[in-house]
Design a protein around this ligand. Structure first.
Ligand code: ADP
Ligand code: MG
Length: 569
C-alpha cells in the first residue's frame, strides 16, 4: 500500500502539466485513519468527475455490532451515514476552483426511501466501511492545478470523513433512533404476514406530499386515522403500541368523491414496499413488499407474455398465450402488467382507476347486451379478481371513484372522506344487493388456464460489443444499454434514478451472461436479485471500478425492466 505522502509527491510533480497526467494518481493510499482510493481519473476537466472511495477498517469505524449485524439495520445505518457525509461534503463542493467540474465533490443523495446503495457499504462481519464518491479534479483550462486537489484530498475530505464516518464522532442518539425505526419497520412487515394483512397504515401518518415534484411530507396535511372497524394495534419492539388501519388480504375497494384522497392513499401504499426515513410521515405505512402497482401502459412492448387469462380471440388472430407486440394498447398492456407481476411473485395488486384502461377493468351490462360477448376479446379484471385472490393468493387494493361494479367483489370497502378513511362495507353491499337485477342471471365464468411462465430468450438481437457497453440512465424514466432504451416511466415503484441505473447494469449483465436460450425469464430475474443480495449491487458491474450511483431495486422491478426490453428474442 502506498502512503498518503506519495500521493502528495505525485501531485506536486504533475502540477501545471497536461490534464492526462492526473492518471498517475490512480491507486490506493494509506491516510491516517482510512484508505483513500482513486479508482478512476476523469479524462478531462469537463468529463464525468473522478471516482474516489474511502475505506475504513471496521475496528476504527467502531460501529456497534447491533447496528450492523442484520441487513435492515445495516442498510438504515449506511443510509444515515451517507446523508450525514453528504451534508459534510456539500459544504466543500466547489470551494476548490478551476474550469469545468473542477472542485466538485459529490455523493449519492438519498430521497425519502431507505435503499441499499453502492455509495455506502458496510461489511456485516468486519464492520468495514466503504464510501464511494465523485471529485472533479481541478484544472486551469486543461492544465492540472494540483494545489487545489491537495486542498480537497488533504484538508476538506479528511474533515468530512472524520465528522461523518466514525462512530466516536457520530450523533449516537440519532443512530440509535435510526436502528430502532428500522427494527420497528421490519417488525411490522413480519406482522403483516402473521395477521394476514396486505398493508398497515398507522394513525398519524402523513400521506400527501408537498408537491408533484417534491417527495417531502405536505405541511398541514390531515393526519391519517384508522376507522375503528379496521383498527389494528401492534406492539412494536421499540416505539411501543401503535394503532393503525390494517388492510386485510383479499379484495379491498377504496371509494370516495373526487379529491378526497383516494389516489394519495394508494400512492402511499405503493411506496410502503420500502422503508421511509423518520419524519417522512410514511415511516409506519408498510405494505406487503411484493406489491405491484398495475396500470395501463399504452405503447410498451410485450415479448411473449401469456395474457390469455384476460384476452382471447383478437380480430387479427394473434396468439395471446404468447403475446408479442411493440406497441401495446391500454388493455393489453395492463393485462401484461398483471401477468408479469404474477410471474414476479406478487401477492398484492395495487390499481387506480385513474390510470387504468376502462375496458380492462369492467364491462357494463348495457354494453354486454349491445356488443355480443363473442365479439369481445377482453375478459375484464373484475371477472378474474376473485379467482386471483382465491386461486392464486393475490390480493387486490383498488381505487374506484366512478364505477360501482366492484362492490360485488370487494371484501372490504373503504370510503375516503375529506382525507379520512371510513369503512362502508356493509352499506356498499346493501346498496349493491338492491341494484343486483341486471347482473343476477349472468352465467358463471370458467376459471382461466394458469398462465404459462416459461418464457425463454436467447441472447439479444444485437450482441453487446464488449464490456465497454455504455449504460446510461435518464432519471427514473428510462435506461439505455448500448443505445437500446428501456422505458421505465410507468414502472411507478421505481423510486430512485440509482435503481434505474442498477437495472441498466443488470440487463447488460444478463445479456452478457445469463440469457442462453434455456433459462426462463423469471429465473434470470431471480439470479440477478440473488447476485445483488449476496455479493452487493456491484456484482453486476464489470467495469474497472464500481459506479457510486447504484441502488438496489426489488425483484419485481428487475422483472419489469427485463419485460420492457425490446431487444430480447
Ligand atoms: P382523489 O384520488 O380522491 O381524487 P387525491 O388523492 O388525488 O384525490 O387528492 C386530492 C388532493 O388532496 C391532492 O392535491 C392531495 O395532495 C391532497 N390531499 C390528499 N390527502 C391529503 C391529506 N391527508 N391532507 C391534506 N391534503 C391531502
Ligand atoms: Mg385519484
Amino acid at each position: 500500500m502506498k502512503q498518503a505522502e506519495e500521493l502528495q509527491q505525485i501531485l506536486r510533480r504533475i502540477d501545471h502539466k497536461g490534464y492526462p497526467a492526473y492518471k498517475d494518481t490512480a491507486g490506493a493510499y494509506q491516510c491516517r485513519d482510512y484508505v483513500l482510493s482513486i479508482d478512476h481519473v476523469q479524462g478531462d476537466p469537463f468529463a464525468s468527475p473522478s471516482k474516489v472511495s474511502i475505506h475504513i477498517d471496521g475496528k476504527k469505524a467502531g460501529f456497534p455490532a447491533d447496528l450492523i449485524r442484520e441487513k435492515h439495520t445495516r442498510t438504515a445505518l449506511a443510509d444515515a451515514l451517507l446523508r450525514r457525509f453528504g451534508r459534510e461534503v456539500e459544504q466543500y463542493s466547489h470551494k476548490a476552483k478551476g474550469s469545468g467540474k473542477s472542485g466538485l465533490l459529490s455523493v449519492s443523495r438519498p430521497g425519502q426511501e431507505v435503499l441499499e446503495r453502492s455509495a455506502c457499504e458496510i461489511s456485516p462481519d468486519s464492520g468495514d466501511l466503504l464510501v464511494r464518491m465523485e471529485i472533479g479534479f481541478p484544472a486551469n483550462g486543461r492544465t492540472i492545478h494540483s494545489g487545489e486537489l491537495i486542498k480537497i484530498l488533504f484538508r476538506f475530505l479528511p474533515e468530512c470523513v472524520q465528522n461523518a464516518l466514525f462512530y466516536k464522532n457520530a450523533d449516537q442518539k440519532h443512530l440509535k433512533a435510526v436502528k430502532e425505526l428500522a427494527q420497528d419497520q421490519q417488525f411490522i412487515r413480519g406482522q403483516l404476514k402473521e395477521k394476514h394483512l396486505a398493508a398497515f397504515v398507522a394513525d398519524g401518518a402523513i400521506l400527501p406530499r408537498e408537491s408533484g415534484i417534491s417527495d417531502r411530507p405536505m405541511k398541514q396535511a390531515v393526519p391519517f386515522l384508522s376507522p375503528e372497524s379496521m383498527a389494528v394495534e401492534l406492539h412494536l419492539p421499540n416505539a411501543g403500541i401503535i394503532r393503525g388501519m390494517g388492510i386485510p388480504q383479499g379484495i379491498t375497494l377504496i371509494v370516495g368523491g373526487g379529491y378526497h384522497g383516494k389516489s394519495t392513499l394508494l400512492k402511499a401504499l405503493e411506496r410502503g414496499v420500502y422503508n421511509h426515513i423518520a419524519k417522512d410521515g410514511r415511516e409506519y405505512v408498510i405494505t406487503d413488499d411484493t406489491a405491484v402497482k398495475i396500470r395501463a401502459e399504452d405503447g410498451r412492448s410485450i415479448q411473449g407474455t401469456d395474457i390469455s387469462m384476460f384476452i382471447n380471440g383478437l380480430p387479427n388472430g394473434k396468439d395471446t398465450r404468447s403475446f408479442v407486440t411493440e406497441d401495446a394498447s391500454g388493455s393489453t398492456s395492463q393485462a401484461a402488467n398483471v401477468i408479469e407481476a404474477m410471474e414476479a411473485g406478487t401477492r398484492l395488486f395495487l390499481i387506480d382507476e385513474d390510470t387504468s384502461a376502462t375496458n380492462f377493468m369492467i364491462r357494463d351490462e348495457l354494453m354486454a347486451r349491445v356488443v355480443h360477448p363473442k365479439m369481445e376479446p377482453i375478459t375484464p379484471f373484475i371477472d378474474r379478481v376473485e379467482e386471483l385472490a382465491d386461486g392464486y393468493g393475490i390480493s387486490t387494493i383498488l381505487v374506484a371513484g366512478s364505477c360501482g361494479s366492484y362492490f360485488y367483489k370487494a371484501d372490504h370497502v373503504i370510503q375516503m372522506m375529506q382525507y379520512q378513511p371510513k369503512e362502508i362495507t356493509r352499506l356498499a353491499k346493501q346498496e349493491a344487493e338492491r341494484f343486483l337485477d341486471l347482473t343476477k342471471d349472468k352465467p358463471a365464468l370458467a376459471a382461466a388456464d394458469r398462465p404459462s411462465f416459461h418464457r425463454v430468450f436467447g441472447a439479444a438481437k444485437k450482441a453487446l460489443p464488449n464490456d465497454r457497453t455504455k449504460v446510461k440512465g435518464m432519471g427514473k424514466d428510462a435506461v439505455s444499454i448500448d443505445r437500446d432504451a428501456i422505458e421505465l416511466r410507468y414502472v411507478e415503484q421505481l423510486v430512485d434514478p440509482e435503481q434505474t441505473m442498477a437495472l441498466g447494469y443488470m440487463v447488460k449483465y444478463a445479456k452478457q451472461h445469463l440469457f442462453n436460450g434455456k433459462r426462463e425469464l423469471r429465473e434470470i430475474a431471480a439470479l440477478l436479485e440473488q447476485l445483488a443480495a449476496e455479493k452487493g449491487i456491484g456484482a453486476v458491474c464489470e467495469g474497472r471500478y464500481l459506479p457510486c450511483n447504484l441502488a438496489v431495486p426489488r425483484v419485481q422491478e428487475i422483472f419489469a425492466c427485463l419485460n420492457r426490453c425490446r431487444t430480447l428474442r
